[in-house]
Design a protein around this ligand. Structure first.
Ligand code: OAD
Length: 245
């Protein structure tokens, strides 16, 4: 039986948080697999694979252009802000891994954010390999500011591609005390496997989600409800328990 909180050693990470689309739902961004989710109106194969992009780049660029533009009209919610507060107390003892490609964690004040599925506000030139901040549209094939080629694609990790930051995530999960999964359905690997891994190394595992996810059995503690309510409440309890408030 895993212990709730392990003795602390140098190099340990007290808290690793994994977030998914559910944390941004109350900010007005659609999730993928809920009843009104993005994958109801679009085919994953068409807009979230390298093959789909090769076949119809205009459709794919328009899909991500629309989502990038939406960032201008949404704001971080109480759940994003609570995680920024947790980080401000824990500092380097904290890592936020997100599957989300929005920038709401950063806008709430989070600094140690690892976007394992890429970012809407980043473009990747497939000619020169440079990645750059990009807030405008890509559908009209603008030239790469670095090499001039018209070869920019969204810097999004599509199905069949390698997520970012896996070495750092792996290192952190091996030394984590408390792993918290927020607003993710547990459908997409490798992220869906982090809870089982964290539990196997003896971490306390927590799920904060609207409903039980596919990985529910991997969690020692769970709270179900809207992230804007249950995440701030969990952060308060955690900080109180650790006497860190
Ligand atoms: P999903 O759409 O699969 O799951 C969202 C989860 O959030 C569901 O379990 C919902 O119950 C929950 N949820 C919805 N509203 C919520 C709320 N207000 N508060 C708390 N939870 C809420 O999204 P992800 O698990 O993030 O990848 O999807 C993982 C990946 O699949 C995405 O990063 C994306 C997608 O295909 C790529 O595109 C590569």
């Amino acid at each position: 039986m895993a212990r709730l909180y392990r003795d602390r050693h140098d190099g340990d990470v007290r808290v690793v948080v994994l977030t998914g689309a559910g944390i941004s739902a109350e900010s007005g961004l659609r999730t993928f697999r809920d009843s009104d989710g993005l994958w109801e109106g679009y085919s994953v194969d068409e807009v979230a694979t390298p093959e789909g992009f090769a076949q119809n780049p205009e459709l794919v660029q328009a899909f991500y252009d629309e989502r990038r533009a939406q960032l201008g009209i949404v704001e971080p919610n109480a759940a994003h802000k609570a995680l920024a507060r947790l980080e401000s107390v824990l500092g380097d003892d904290f890592l936020l891994v997100t599957q989300n490609v929005d920038d709401l964690h950063e806008r709430a004040g989070s600094k140690r954010v690892l976007h394992m599925h890429g970012e809407l506000q980043s473009a990747w030139c497939t000619a020169c390999g440079r990645r750059m901040r990009w807030t405008g549209s890509l559908v009209d094939e603008p030239a790469c500011p670095s090499c001039g080629a018209r070869a920019l694609r969204p810097d999004i990790v599509w199905f069949g591609e390698m997520p970012y930051g896996m070495d750092e995530i792996d290192r952190s999960l091996r030394r984590v005390h408390t792993f918290v999964s927020i607003g993710t359905s547990g459908n997409v690997y490798p992220a869906a496997g982090f809870s089982a891994f964290a539990r196997a190394v003896g971490a306390h595992t927590v799920e904060l989600n609207l409903e039980p996810s596919l990985g529910i059995d991997d969690f020692l503690e769970h709270h179900h409800g809207p992230a804007g309510t249950i995440v701030p409440a969990w952060v308060d309890r955690y900080l109180e328990k650790q006497e860190l408030r």
